[in-house]
Write a protein that binds this ligand. Structure first.
Ligand SMILES: [Zn+2]
Ligand SMILES: [Zn+2]
Length: 329
């Protein structure tokens, strides 16, 4: 994390504008990867849920309510990743009560994106080695590698207990996260939340139509769209932060990687698409550096702060510099 921090300069509390492009270079996969060895623990659910989500094309499973629930769920569960796993756990950009932190982590687990400790370890490795060979998911290998192939192939670095302890020691000190790591209970949590979607849909359907067949149709539709399709969309949104925002977009900061600000990813990934801003200042709870770089995760953080549920929120560096300069005058 410190490599980009040290090389990025902000003067006079202003956001710079960098027009020069990063030199794209080809990379081999990390030396610790065995490309012939498939990691079935990830490959099976990723392939399986993509196939099951195709049920969305069957008219029986369609309802407009389910589509709206899916769109809302994309943002809510997306916050589990962006606010929970990313800004709270990986970067410690703010503090919230433990019950709320664990709640965000549960939403993240319901996005089927691994345990908190493993997610954080992979992400911290990404910041340290960003777009260098040991980066677990650089698109300098290939776009497909950074988007999802890196999840499907065995990497002794991301699977090693030693690395987990090295990069996620602080996360594992929390008994709640250690229990998730030791018991690998998160697939069960995902299954339970999927059943809950079905049962709530069934209950609402029966209350509305007083008919078991229609209740079954509505419950199934909520499960297919609100759980399966939403999981697939959330995966691709998170994966796009690893792939698209290291290839396409503009740069405010001359970081030592190819991170870019991409408005499309910013829109779907609740702000995470302003990725060059993030690599330039990973500690910040906000990636909203220019007026149009809307960061929905930061809006939620400000709302939590307003009601006393968030504190020690780290502002972007240009604001920290401006505040320091005005205090020194
Ligand atoms: Zn990145
Ligand atoms: Zn980060």
């Amino acid at each position: 994390m410190s490599t980009t921090l040290e090389k990025t300069k902000v003067s006079n509390g202003k956001v710079p504008h960098v027009s020069q492009t990063y030199e794209i270079h080809r990379l081999e996969v990390p030396t610790t990867v065995d490309r012939k060895r498939i990691l079935w623990i990830y490959a099976a659910p990723i392939v399986g849920i993509h196939i099951l989500a195709l049920l969305a094309f069957v008219p029986y499973f369609f309802s407009w309510t389910s589509v709206i629930v899916m769109l809302a769920s994309i943002e809510i569960y997306g916050l589990g990743i962006s606010l929970g796993y990313h800004r709270l756990l990986a970067h410690k950009s703010l503090k919230v009560p433990k019950w709320l932190e664990h709640g965000f982590a549960m939403f993240a687990a319901c996005s089927l994106q691994d345990t908190p400790a493993k997610w954080v370890a992979n992400h911290r490795m990404h910041h340290i080695y960003s777009d260098d060979r040991e980066d677990p998911h650089s698109p300098m290998v290939t776009f497909i590698w950074s988007h999802f192939e890196w999840l499907l192939k065995y990497n002794s670095a991301t699977r090693s207990i030693t690395n987990l302890q090295k990069y996620s020691r602080d996360i594992l000190e929390d008994p709640f996260y250690m229990k998730m790591e030791k018991t690998q209970i998160w697939p069960l949590i995902y299954l339970i939340h999927g059943i809950a979607y079905f049962l709530v849909g069934y209950g609402i359907g029966y209350w509305k139509y007083a008919d078991h067949a229609q209740a079954l149709q509505f419950g199934s539709s909520l499960f297919v769209w609100g759980v399966l399709v939403r999981t697939v969309v959330n995966w691709h949104v998170t994966w796009s932060v690893n792939s698209l925002t290291h290839l396409f977009g503009y740069r405010n900061y001359d970081t030592t990687d190819n991170s870019r600000n991409n408005w499309l990813v910013g829109l779907f990934a609740v702000g995470e698409g302003w990725h060059n801003n993030h690599h330039a200042d990973p500690a910040s709870a906000s990636v909203w550096h220019r007026w149009w770089e809307v960061d929905l995760t930061y809006v939620v953080i400000r709302m939590l702060k307003a009601v006393g549920l968030a504190w020690d929120v780290i502002e972007p560096r240009h604001k920290r510099v401006a505040n320091r300069d005005s205090a020194a005058r």
